[in-house]
Design a protein around this ligand. Structure first.
Ligand code: 4GX
Length: 222
């Protein structure tokens, strides 16, 4: 999959996507990631990307021309253009799965008070929010989407990692787990887990996952 990102802060992307599983996916050619500076599509000396909103009011908007030119030059027939903003539909694992099966992505990250509305109307296939809080810009949301989608691409996770993932997506939280030592500072691992009775262990884990979900995330059971 190819993912292009359009941002005013390309330097923010160095680091998080250069490590671990995403690094490996890029090295193996499973993810082709390109970060683009929106200012490269301006034509004035000051590389202006923002302007005041018509009708007044505080703050600045991303002006349409650089966004139109950038998006038109980066998108291909198979590209899904996605805005990141608090006004988008809430990003979750179902959407991550949907995007992992779609064509290529162009993630457009906002800044200031938002975009000129014509960008949304003319150029955008989807608008996503990573949660109900306000960030300074859309770089972190774009990285969150890249990370969650990439690990779902075929071949990115090892067999071990992906089968764990399947049990995780039954809509329940993980059951509690322990590793050695069997007793640490007086805290003991539940007897059932060291019993060797695998049928009973499985039953216990299912119960624990349900209890934990009821207690911590009842919304997931609805
Ligand atoms: N999930 N932000 C976008 C600028 C902005 C404001 C309004 C469009 C409309 C965020 C989030 C988020 C901060 C990124 C405001 N763009 N994005 N930015 N939460 O908080 O996605």
């Amino acid at each position: 999959m190819k993912i292009d990102v359009l941002t005013l802060f390309p330097a923010m992307f160095a680091g998080p996507l250069d490590e671990s599983i995403i690094r490996r996916a890029r090295d193996n050619g499973l993810l082709e990631l390109k970060i683009h500076q929106l200012r490269d599509w301006t034509h004035d000396r000051h590389k202006t990307v923002d302007d005041k909103p018509f009708g007044g009011g505080p703050g600045m908007l991303l002006k349409p021309e650089p966004l139109f030119e950038a998006i038109e030059s980066l998108k291909r027939k198979t590209t899904r253009v996605i805005l990141l903003s608090p006004a988008g539909r809430k990003f979750d694992q179902d959407i991550a799965r949907e995007l992992a099966q779609a064509g290529d992505l162009l993630l457009v990250t906002g800044h200031y008070e938002g975009f000129d509305e014509r960008v949304r109307e003319e150029l955008t296939d989807d608008e996503l929010s990573i949660g109900d809080y306000v960030l300074t810009n859309g770089a972190l949301p774009a990285m969150v989407v890249v990370d969650a989608v990439t690990r779902l691409l075929p071949g990115v996770l090892g067999d071990d990692e992906s089968s764990r993932d399947e049990s995780f997506s039954h809509g329940l939280l993980e059951y509690p787990q322990w590793t050695r030592p069997a007793e640490y500072r007086g805290m003991k691992v539940p007897d059932i887990l060291v019993s060797g009775n695998h049928a009973e262990i499985e039953k216990w884990r299912r119960e624990q996952a349900k209890l934990r979900t009821e207690k911590q995330r009842p919304d997931l059971l609805k």
